[in-house]
Design a protein around this ligand. Structure first.
Ligand SMILES: *[C@@H]1O[C@H](CO)[C@@H](O)[C@H](O)[C@H]1NC(C)=O
Ligand SMILES: *[C@@H]1O[C@H](CO)[C@@H](O)[C@H](O)[C@H]1NC(C)=O
Ligand SMILES: *[C@@H]1O[C@H](CO)[C@@H](O)[C@H](O)[C@H]1NC(C)=O
Ligand SMILES: *[C@@H]1O[C@H](CO)[C@@H](O)[C@H](O)[C@H]1NC(C)=O
Length: 369
């Protein structure tokens, strides 16, 4: 038998070194996904807390389009983070509170239906943002134990952190402070959460802004008209201030990068021209009862047992009185992922996921995108 040539030996030892070097390391281009916020992003965390069915969606017909069982997602199928994970080549990111041992190297989802940026919003029934951040810190600690400090830091700085938050604060606002002051509190608490993640190494953040809240079937049923402009006005105020808040953080925190998706505009475009986007009905909820399907009875487990369910959720913009259908979420996720600067800025999520500048040891002097 011929002896292997020195060249082969070289290749074998090179391969060995590379394998040894990487056996506890993640692939160079690996970017995890951590998710925070409310029902727009919750994959079922509220299944595992002591709350009421108002804050849960773990009963039929929720989940029926894609998962074929009610996962706890407030829609007929997947949510924005599920699609983003898919586009990023990650598995579906699980709920943090799901029992059993979890690995966190792909990220994890802390979002809780009904949560706001303020602890007062649905207090006692949801996992508030502060608690979500507390759980994130536990995950950070567990990653450091598993991977070592340097590798954990690298994972956290390459990861993308997505937030859907604010809607529940404005929908439950009952304090007498002005809208401006209230928005300052919401954005102030969001800022604190972002700073906490930054301190642990987080650099890349993704946000949808708020939808025209007054156009939710629930709000329309309450006010008995097309859209409640007063409620939408406060969402608009929040949306006008959010980019300023993020730019301030960008100035203060070296290496902080964000992607801000104009979900407000995407919703308006679809509500005013449903057929252009493949919807037959952008007025009423697919699942619910009363005018506009605005009674929050989808599933019949929230005090009202009777409810209507449409034949094809993909024909509808709204699945229930508060939440869009999976088809809407897919369109939104595609725009967040690969949209141009008319809808997502300054970067789309694809750019943030691919960015490696933040992963070097001198993360702060890395090349700008
Ligand atoms: C859950 O909440 C209900 C109502 O607030 C309370 O009576 C019950 O003791 C709580 N259960 C647990 C396990 O905390
Ligand atoms: C709304 O009012 C209730 C009852 O007075 C209070 O407990 C709650 O904290 C208030 N919510 C907000 C967001 O201020
Ligand atoms: C956070 O929200 C609380 C109310 O829950 C408010 O008192 C506090 O001022 C807010 N923090 C910031 C930094 O705005
Ligand atoms: C939308 O669906 C609701 C409930 O099924 C129905 O009452 C309404 O007429 C529909 N609107 C359009 C434009 O099809």
């Amino acid at each position: 038998m011929a002896k292997p040539s020195p060249y082969i030996y070289f290749l074998i030892s090179l391969t060995t070194i590379v394998n040894l070097g990487s056996c506890h390391n993640l692939p160079e281009n690996h970017a995890a996904l951590f998710i925070f916020g409310d029902s727009l992003f919750d994959p079922g965390n509220n299944n595992y807390i002591n709350t009421t069915t108002d804050y849960q969606a773990n009963f039929i017909p929720y989940g029926d389009t894609f998962f074929k069982y009610p996962t706890g997602r407030f829609s007929d199928g997947r949510l924005i983070p599920d699609f983003i994970a898919q586009f990023a080549g990650l598995p579906i990111i699980p709920a943090y509170l799901k029992p059993g041992k979890q690995k966190f190297t792909d990220g994890v989802n802390f979002a809780s239906g009904g949560a706001g940026a303020l602890v007062e919003s649905h207090q006692g029934f949801v996992v508030d943002l502060e608690t979500q951040i507390k759980y994130f810190k536990r995950v950070e600690k567990s990653l450091r134990q598993e991977l070592g400090d340097a590798e954990a830091k690298k994972l956290l700085s390459r990861a993308v952190y997505m937030f859907s938050v604010g809607g529940n604060d404005y929908l439950t606002k009952n304090s007498s402070v002005s809208d401006q002051e209230f928005a300052s509190m919401v954005l102030g608490n969001l800022t604190v959460a972002l700073e906490e993640i930054y301190k642990k190494g987080g650099r890349k953040f993704g946000f949808p802004n708020l939808i025209p809240l007054g156009c939710l079937p629930y709000m329309k049923a309450q006010s008995g008209g097309p859209c409640n402009d007063e409620v939408t006005a406060i969402a608009k105020l929040h949306n006008s201030r959010l980019p300023k808040t993020l730019n301030k953080l960008k100035k203060e925190l070296q290496g902080f990068k964000y992607s801000l998706y104009n979900m407000y505009q995407s919703v308006n475009e679809r509500l005013s021209n449903p057929s252009k986007y493949g919807f037959k009905n952008a007025t009423a909820a697919c699942c619910g009862s009363g005018p506009y399907g605005g009674v929050y009875s989808c599933g019949g487990k929230r005090g009202v047992t009777e409810y209507d369910l449409c034949d094809n959720p993909a024909d509808f913009f709204f699945f229930d009185s508060y939440h869009p259908s999976e088809k809407v979420y897919r369109q939104f996720a595609e725009l967040m992922w690969a949209g141009t600067t008319d809808i997502v800025r300054p970067y789309n999520l694809k750019t943030l996921f691919e960015d490696k500048a933040s992963s070097t040891h001198h993360s702060d002097v890395g090349a700008e995108l």
